[in-house]
Design a protein around this ligand. Structure first.
Ligand SMILES: Nc1nc2c(ncn2[C@@H]2O[C@H](COP(=O)(O)OP(=O)(O)OP(=O)(O)O)[C@@H](O)[C@H]2O)c(=O)[nH]1
Ligand SMILES: [Mg+2]
Length: 310
């Protein structure tokens, strides 16, 4: 089963890749057969996360990075995580950039995904989709996500280099960001540097960065000013990414990132499997308990204990 599909993915056939993504996204790869067959071919792609506030220019920068990577002979896959519900379709920002400049390029694949699951959960298959691209032989995988929620942090933790995109007006957000993105960013980008205030933000950001302990593994985050609309600063950003890549390869971090991703995937699968088996057997017992009036029910902790120990 799926033999042809796997072979075609490995040949980087776009229809096969799109089909595998749909199957995985809709949880129709029920025994993870596709992902398991692809697994031995993963672990080669370089993963870059791009995050920041709405409208900061993440897609514009992604577009430019695609071009720079293509110019250096690399193939590029993009996963754009759209937080908007399928109903509003992201109509909030009328002027958001669509990544369409690369449509005729066989070595560029762009995929949008919704970050919220059907039941309002945090279902998010970005890592699995990235593994499909990885196995298909894409050299670079770019992840675009908005904001600082748990899903975004999860996505960013699954990447090797994290870019946080800010704009000159982001000054006030910096204190707030300290807790979340500050720790995971490897490179800060001040986009829209054609606007007033970019130098001020550059200075503020550098002084905030000086005031927090140097990042683990001796990586001190770069701060790069860009104007995505005319390409200014993009070559600097590209060099900074390559510098970080060299750093993590040389220090062995690249290898331990791969190990950590492996470990996380095993743990996530275990939780998933335990829960679904458990509830398969015990859901009715919980429902039975719920037929009693509130004050006659076992306390939830006690019911959990007795279900688990059965
Ligand atoms: N002046 C100026 N405008 C820019 C720059 N970069 C992007 N823009 C504009 O800002 C708007 C938003 O850009 P996007 O690239 O869609 O931003 P985004 O962060 O991907 O937006 P969302 O995905 O909707 O959060 C567009 O109108 C861009 O043309 C820049 O450097 N300078
Ligand atoms: Mg965007």
């Amino acid at each position: 089963m799926f033999t042809d599909l796997i072979r075609n993915i490995r040949l980087r056939n776009r229809i096969a890749i799109a089909r595998a993504i749909s199957l995985v996204e809709d949880e129709r790869d029920s025994n993870n057969e596709i992902l398991s067959n692809l697994f031995p071919h993963t672990g080669k792609a370089y993963r870059i996360g791009i995050t920041g506030p709405p409208g900061a220019g993440k897609s514009s920068i992604t577009n430019e990075l695609i071009r720079l990577f293509r110019d250096s002979g690399k193939s590029v896959a993009v996963i754009s995580v759209d937080p908007s519900s399928p109903f509003t379709g992201g109509a909030l920002l009328g002027d958001r950039i669509r990544m369409i400049n690369h449509h005729n390029d066989e070595k560029v694949f762009i995929r949008s995904m919704a970050s919220r699951g059907g039941q309002g959960g945090l279902a998010n298959k970005t890592k699995e989709v990235a593994d499909i691209f990885d196995a298909a032989g894409y050299d670079i995988i770019l992840f675009e996500t908005v904001g600082v929620g748990q899903v975004e942090l999860d996505v960013m933790q699954a990447t090797d280099t994290v870019l946080v995109i800010l704009v000159p007006e982001s000054g006030d957000d910096i204190q707030m960001m300290k807790a979340g993105l500050m720790e995971i960013a490897h490179i800060f980008v001040i986009n829209k540097s054609d606007r007033e205030g970019s130098n001020k933000l550059f200075t503020t950001l550098n002084s905030v960065l000086h005031s927090i302990p140097v990042q683990k593994n001796n990586w001190y985050p770069d701060v790069i000013k860009t104007t995505a609309t005319n390409g200014d600063g993009l070559p600097d950003l590209f060099s900074a990414i390559n510098k970080h890549r060299t750093h993590i390869v040389d220090t062995g971090l690249w290898k331990s990132n791969l190990d950590m991703r492996y470990q996380r995937q095993v743990k996530e699968s275990v939780s998933h499997m335990l829960e679904s088996t458990f509830w398969g057997h015990n859901y009715s017992a919980m429902e039975e308990e719920m037929k009693k009036p509130h004050d006659k029910r076992k306390p939830p902790y006690k019911l959990a204990e007795s279900l688990i120990s059965q």
